[in-house]
Ligand binder design. Structure first.
Ligand code: ATP
Length: 233
């Protein structure tokens, strides 16, 4: 569904990603783990069309995605929940969700809203609440819900557990699994490697902008190098 081959990207002439190759297949949760500054966000932003690669190829759903506008990619089903969530803080929950549905016909919005409310009932109960008054966990649910309104084929999540309690982290990650079970592939970036590997069908370890390890999530969690570097063991 998504394939990166030898992608090089960075900022202002400074190379951050060094020939990154990875793929996400239908029905998979794929995690990218790595330390601060390893290039995880840059990888997602490059896939989303926010950072322009200088070499390599990116294809999504059998089409060349390299250099395409972010809005075109969203229309095609490639949707990012960005780091920090980027909610419209002064708008209500329902207004935020409607903004996320900008790719859809008005007639489809009601059904999409219902699907999001089924996944996150708290959003239904608080649909009139101003987004910035939500707790961190609820804001993350709203950010994911807003992304789902665009009907993604592949949902990319950048550090969804940041700032959340362990209980809320698992609630959010459990929702991510349920989203995958509805047929949406997931590419997940997490600093919390234990969580990311536990729930991944496959995972990649990124170090200084290069993929240094890849494999099934639970298998990588047993790798001595991963245990020492990312799991504190
Ligand atoms: P974190 O977990 O801290 O978010 P990360 O693995 O997501 O880390 P990136 O955010 O992709 O890493 O950052 C990779 C490198 O790129 C870092 O050295 C960072 O300082 C640099 N960088 C990120 N964004 C920019 C930018 N807009 N302009 C210049 N350099 C940037």
């Amino acid at each position: 569904m998504l394939t990166l081959e030898k992608v090089v990207a960075g900022y202002h002439g400074l190379q951050i990603l060094h020939e990154v190759s990875l793929h996400v297949d239908e029905g998979e949760i794929v995690s990218i783990v790595g330390a601060n500054g390893a290039g995880k966000t840059t990888t997602l932003n490059t896939i989303a069309g926010l950072v322009r690669p200088t070499a390599g190829t990116i294809s999504f759903a059998d089409r060349d995605a390299h250099g395409r506008r972010p809005s075109d990619l969203v229309r095609q089903g490639l949707v990012l929940v960005p780091e920090g969530r980027a909610l419209f803080g002064t708008l209500t929950v329902e207004e935020n969700l409607q903004m996320g549905g900008w790719t859809q016909d008005t007639s489809e919005l009601k059904g999409s809203l219902e699907e999001v409310f089924e996944l996150f009932p708290v959003l239904r109960d608080r649909r009139a609440q101003i987004a910035e008054t939500f707790s961190g966990g609820q804001q993350q649910m709203l950010a994911i819900g807003r992304a789902l309104m665009a009907k993604p084929k592949l949902l990319m999540l950048d550090e969804p557990s940041t700032g959340l309690s362990p209980k809320l982290t698992w609630a959010v990650l459990d929702a991510v699994k349920r989203i995958r079970d509805t047929g949406v592939a997931v590419l997940l970036v997490e600093q919390n490697a234990a969580h990311a590997l536990a729930m991944a069908d496959r995972a990649y370890v990124l170090e200084s902008g290069s993929v240094v390890l890849e494999g099934p999530g639970p298998e990588l969690a047993k790798d001595d190098r991963v245990r020492a570097a990312y799991l504190g063991m």
